[in-house]
Design a protein around this ligand. Structure first.
Ligand code: TYD
Length: 238
């Protein structure tokens, strides 16, 4: 089971990826939560280069470095985890390159798709949760988080691009949803609270993968025993 989370900047993907992973783990399932760019030692080094606001990169360099990060991530982390029957949740994957570098920078996805098909070697996600948000709202959320916590990093090289770039990215995601309809599920997060988005995402995952929803199982939470309810099949049509 390979799930990816996608969306424009500030859509809350990382929070939702973590919440989904936690809920699946509470059901006793083995989950790997990972991200792109990053997810491997090489990937984290590439991430620093790719997101550094002080570095200028040529468009094709950006495309190829994102794809190189992905190729390493697939071979070193994602494939082995899936082979070990883990559920893999990845915060951004191939659709980010199609939306950002394809629709956002090049205006078309043909080159980015061809390069990334080589990078992923046929490993497409089973489900892609697209957390949609109007770019102005998303970027404002991001800026607010940085100001309030003081610890969140400022805008990175890609987030700093002009609003029209982010609008092309968002429209690009909508096009991807039309192209890969079966794989996508979109949640418009513009006016929704975190827990409502989390619940909607959870319901989609339960339905798609026939997950026995966890309501009565004993599990151990770091050093202390906890009683939670037992499992019953919640996926309709399972
Ligand atoms: P992300 O980790 O989602 O940002 P944050 O640290 O704010 O959670 O992603 C970093 C940026 O990288 C984001 O602006 C999207 C961009 N990106 C691409 O442009 N192409 C890609 O293929 C990927 C994976 C990310």
């Amino acid at each position: 089971m390979f799930i990816t989370l996608e969306g424009p900047d500030g859509s809350g993907k990382s929070t939702q990826a973590a919440l989904l992973a936690e809920r699946l783990r509470e059901c006793g399932l083995s989950v790997l939560l990972t991200r792109e760019p990053g997810g491997t030692e090489l990937g984290e080094a590439l991430r620093k280069i790719l997101l550094n606001p002080d570095k200028e990169l040529a468009v094709m360099t950006e495309v190829l470095l994102m794809a190189a990060d992905r190729a390493q991530h697939v071979e070193e982390v994602i494939k082995p985890a899936l082979q070990n029957n883990m559920i893999v949740i990845c915060d951004r994957y191939i659709d980010s390159s199609l939306a950002y570098q394809g629709f956002g920078l090049l205006g078309d996805i043909s080159k980015v798709l061809a390069i990334n098909e080589v990078a992923i070697g046929g490993l497409w996600p089973n489900l892609t949760l697209l957390l949609d948000v109007e770019p102005k709202v998303g970027l404002a959320r991001h800026a607010m988080a940085s100001n309030v916590s003081g610890s969140a990093p400022g805008l990175d090289r890609i987030e700093r691009r002009e609003l029209s770039f982010h609008q092309r990215v968002r429209k690009g995601y909508h096009s991807l949803q039309r192209i890969y309809g079966e794989r996508f599920y979109t949640i418009d997060t513009t006016d929704l609270k975190t827990d409502i988005v989390a619940q909607q995402a959870w319901e989609v995952v339960v339905r798609r993968f026939c997950i026995p929803e966890c309501t009565s199982k004993t599990y151990l939470k770091e050093g202390e025993g906890h009683e939670i309810d037992h499992c019953h099949s919640a996926g309709s049509g399972c």
